[in-house]
Design a protein around this ligand. Sequence first.
Ligand code: FPP
Length: 250
Amino acid sequence: MSTIDPAIAVQRLPRHIAIVMDGNGRWAEARHRPRTFGHHAGVQAVRQVVEACIRRSVSTLTLFAFSSENWKRPVSEVSALMDLFMRAMDREVDGLHNNGVRLSFIGDRSAFQSELVERMSRVEMKTAGNERLMLNIAANYGGRWDIVRAARALAQRAAAGEVDPQSIDEASLHAEIALSALPEPDLFIRTGGEQRISNFLLWQIAYSELWFTEVLWPDFDADCLDQALHAYAQRERRFGRTGAQLRSAS
Ligand code: FPP
């Protein structure tokens, strides 16, 4: 049963939540099952969190599904994950679409099989008109890759004479970064007990509130999300100002 106070929720809900879904492997190992069993269980947790975000009117959810470093895992685990992503997309897309979820993928697609890339584009096109929840899946994504890609795009425009290098500022780099059209993540969650960013949305989380939990991703559910929302509602977001300044402005 969900315990969040609706009065707090309406006023102080994050608009955008980003999650590092960690702990699938350990969850499976604790059950003497292969790591892929944990990834399968992780899909159920994704479903629960998506539904909870819709119920809570969180407008954007960004999930780290596969990092650019995850290719270093055993080949069997990587191919099982690719297979899982394809099946999950086939199985979940209609339900997501019917619930008003717009899906989008961030990351370098060039390393994926064409079958998967085509599925990604199809799902994005099918759900493009939905507005209830924006669900971004980071696949073969790295925060440094994102910043380098943005810098390269600006450098190309400068070389073509379209942009004066002296005029390049935070706003122009931001415009080239993934998710730039969306509000920046207000709340960054990492499950699985580690307290690090692991090259997720480096630029985008400059002012995000960070929340870490020992809960392994397959066990993460709507109640866990509510705990994070409670913690977030109690944070004072100052964006460089003093607490007194904030209180006098409100
Ligand atoms: C990290 O746990 C998890 C991953 C690298 C894969 C995440 C994938 C899913 C949750 C599957 C579903 C996703 C979508 C979007 C359909 P880990 O393997 O690093 O766990 P460990 O730290 O315990 O080893």
